[in-house]
Design a protein around this ligand. Structure first.
Ligand code: ADP
Length: 161
C-alpha cells in the first residue's frame, strides 16, 4: 500500500522515517537538518558511531525525539546528468531502506523525495523510480511518500498512476 502525503516528514507517526542523508551521516540541510533538529542531539551521537554510509546504501538508528521509532538513513546520488548510474543508485537507496525496514520489523515507513533537493535529481524521474522500486520491494509494508510541496505531490501522484 502506497500513499502520498504533503507535509513535514518529522511529524509522522510511523515505525520508520527515511532520511535523505549524505555519506558522512553527520547531518546537513534540507530534510536531514529537519530530522536531526526534531530528533535531538542523541541522533547525531548514534550517527557518529556508525561512521558513514556509501551512496545507495542505508543504516538504521533510533528516532529519539521523533514520533517515529526508527530513522533509516540512506544516501541518494547527486545528479550528474543521468549517465553516471544515478537511476540505479536511487533505486538502490529505496531498495536497501525497504530491506532494512523489514529486517527490523517495521510495518509502516515514510520516504522523503530522496535526491530531489540539494542533490538535483529531476523530481518526476525520481518519483517514477521511487514508485517502481517500492512496488517491487515494498510488499506488505505501509509506505507513505512525503511531498514537501505541491509540485512534488503531483509528480508522486502521476507516478502512482
Ligand atoms: P537531497 O540532498 O537528497 O537532495 P534534500 O533534503 O535537499 O535532500 O531534499 C530532498 C527532498 O526533501 C526535497 O524534495 C525537499 O523538498 C524535501 N524536504 C525538505 N525538508 C523536508 C521535510 N521536513 N519533510 C519532508 N520533505 C522535506
Amino acid at each position: 500500500m502506497i500513499r502520498v502525503w504533503l507535509g513535514d516528514i518529522t511529524r509522522l507517526t510511523v515505525d520508520a522515517i527515511v532520511n535523505a542523508a549524505n555519506e558522512t551521516l553527520l547531518g546537513g540541510g534540507g530534510v536531514d537538518g529537519a530530522i536531526h533538529h526534531a530528533a535531538g542531539p542523541a541522533l547525531l551521537e548514534e550517527c557518529r558511531r556508525i561512521g558513514g554510509c556509501p551512496t545507495g546504501e542505508a543504516r538504521i538508528t533510533g528516532g529519539y525525539g521523533l514520533p517515529a521509532r526508527h530513522v533509516i538513513h540512506t544516501v541518494g546520488p547527486v545528479w550528474r546528468g543521468g549517465d553516471q548510474g544515478e537511476d540505479e543508485l536511487l533505486a538502490s537507496a529505496y531498495r536497501n531502506s525497504l530491506m532494512l525496514a523489514r529486517e527490523h520489523g517495521v510495518a509502516s515507513i515514510a520516504f522523503p523525495a530522496i535526491s530531489t533537493g540539494i542533490y538535483g535529481f529531476p523530481p518526476d524521474r525520481a518519483a517514477r523510480i521511487a514508485v517502481e522500486t517500492i512496488r517491487v520491494h515494498g510488499e506488505s509494508l505501509q509506505v507513505t511518500l512525503v511531498a514537501f510541496d505541491h509540485a512534488a505531490a503531483r509528480y508522486l501522484e502521476e507516478a502512482l498512476g
